[in-house]
Design a protein around this ligand. Structure first.
Ligand code: KIV
Ligand code: ZN
Length: 496
């Protein structure tokens, strides 16, 4: 492995699965592993084989099916753990046993109740034991960033002497700052790895202070050539380094990092989606790289610049991570963004229709903030069938126990006419008032309200079918207000 290669070690299925509430079945784990293989991560930590029969089965299933990534299993410093890890992974084309113990005073005293000498002995014996089974051995010093530095170096040197090929320096509790981590990794590089080409230094950072990705990237400068992470940053407490953020940072800032990675970035979005779906952990909207808004441009100024040249507001392209380019139209969107969204849907409107559609869009966006493709199509559909000179100016409805009433004002030609009516529901009362104004005898044949989007602020498309005594006519309207939209749809039908 040349020194310019950065190994991506993904622990979504081990540390990531340790998130509260996540319990993947072996077959779900395999689905994720297959997707990680498409993403071309170098190492998949498939689980902690000795931790449960289900975990063993998952690790084993992955080892049997994945061909292009190394398969690792975690193991404590116990012969039984190491045996179980090996049994689970030995079918893999390339396997790795990942042995760990804790090295900080806090962990040794309160958790393991072991002395420094005992930890050194465990390290020596366990790495040696694992090395007899498998050539590829990773050793982790849990809580390394809170460990006495001289002791940490001594433990890591011992692991290397016994044949460990990867030395991991975890920031288990997410306590380190980039400066701390840089200094620690530099010392490990100089005193443990030195010129030994067979040893790789690895990072494993937790995100308790939101510094996991920054810390991991800093370590590249100190000579680390493996970064451990989990998709969507899941993992114990605040999670792990996000694998996808590391991949994109290294790809996007080659000028800084200068290391090569194999990852197939266009598989990132699908991997994130699958992990979110199977773990039930949602991805925050503004999450770097994979968030739903990571490539959305909302304000008119941003959209305007982006449309002229994507580089104005984008440092990487959405398709490079497998996300579709999309502009979310919102209440701050201007005419340029609206026009571009229509162009993307191959919708060409004349100037008047464009103005009408833009006004309707603004009215709806003002109420609900964000407009998606279906709503845009519905808005255009309504505008194209609604070119009449009769317009709804105001509506007020009231619903009492026995009956409902409505007061409607329409602009008919140059006149404003108001009428009131009662009915057995608000819509019935409103339609009756409209018929009074237009002196219409039309009967309502069908009336449908369909929500185009989800949630309590959903936009509805309202379809009315009337019989005007001669013909059936259909009207449509789009609105977040069902009463107003119903009247507009009814007017649309009557006006035809
Ligand atoms: O956070 C940690 O220290 C770990 C080790 C087991 C690598 O997950
Ligand atoms: Zn961890």
């Amino acid at each position: 492995m040349s020194n310019d290669k950065l190994i991506i070690f993904d622990t979504t299925l081990r540390d990531g699965e340790q998130s509260p509430g996540i319990a993947l079945t072996p077959s779900e784990k395999l689905l994720i592993a297959q997707q990680l293989e498409k993403l071309k991560v170098d190492v998949i930590e498939a689980g902690f084989a000795a931790s449960s029969p289900g975990d063993w089965e998952g690790v084993n299933l992955i080892a049997q099916n994945i061909k292009n990534s190394t398969i690792a299993s975690l193991a404590r410093c116990h012969p039984d753990d190491i045996e179980q890890a090996w049994e689970a992974i030995k079918a893999a084309r390339d396997s790795r046993i990942h042995v760990f113990t804790s090295t900080s005073e806090i962990h040794m005293e309160h958790m393991l109740r072991k002395t420094k000498e005992e930890i050194l002995k465990d390290t020596r014996e366990s790495v040696k034991y694992a090395k007899n089974l498998c050539d590829n051995i990773e050793f982790s010093a849990q809580d390394a960033t809170r460990t006495d530095k001289d002791f940490l170096i001594e433990v890591l040197k011992t692991a290397v002497e016994e044949g460990a090929t990867t030395i991991n320096v975890p920031d288990t509790v997410g306590y380190a700052t980039p400066q701390d981590y840089l200094e620690l990794l530099t010392q490990v590089y100089e005193q443990v790895k030195g010129r030994n080409e067979d040893v790789i230094i690895s990072t494993h950072c937790h995100n308790d202070l939101g510094l996991a990705v920054a810390n991991s990237l800093t370590a590249i400068t100190a000579g680390a050539r493996q970064i451990e992470g989990a998709i969507n940053g899941i993992g114990e407490r605040a999670g792990n380094t996000s694998t996808e953020e590391i991949i994109m940072a290294v790809k996007t800032r080659q000028d800084q990092f200068g290391v090569e990675i194999k990852a197939e970035t266009t598989e990132i979005f699908e991997t994130s989606r699958l992990v979110s779906k199977l773990t039930g952990y949602p991805v925050q909207f503004n999450k770097a790289v994979v968030g739903k808004n990571a490539f959305s441009h909302e304000s008119g100024i941003h959209q305007h610049g982006y449309l002229r040249n994507t580089s104005t507001y984008e440092i990487m392209s959405p398709d490079s991570v497998g996300q579709e380019a999309k502009i979310i139209l919102g209440k701050h969107s201007g005419r340029a963004g609206f026009k571009d969204a229509l162009d993307n849907l191959n919708i060409d409107l004349d100037n008047d229709s464009f103005d009408n559609a833009f006004n309707t869009f603004k009215k709806i966006a003002d109420r609900k903030g964000e407009i998606v493709e279906n709503e845009l199509r519905a808005i255009v559909g309504q505008v194209e069938t609604n070119q009449s000179s009769t317009k709804l100016l105001s509506v007020s409805v009231n619903s009492k126990d026995e009956y409902a009433s409505a007061k409607i004002t329409l602009k008919v030609g140059d006149n404003e006419i108001t009428e009131e009516a009662t009915g057995d529901g608000m819509i019935h009362a409103a339609f009756t008032a409209v018929k009074k104004i237009l002196k219409s005898e039309a009967t309502l044949i069908d009336y449908r309200v369909e929500s185009i989007t989800k949630g309590s602020d959903a936009t509805a498309e309202i379809v009315t079918i009337i019989n005007d005594g001669h013909l059936m006519k259909q009207g449509r309207a789009v609105s977040t207000d069902v009463v107003q939209g119903s009247i507009e749809s009814f007017l649309n039908a009557l006006n035809k």
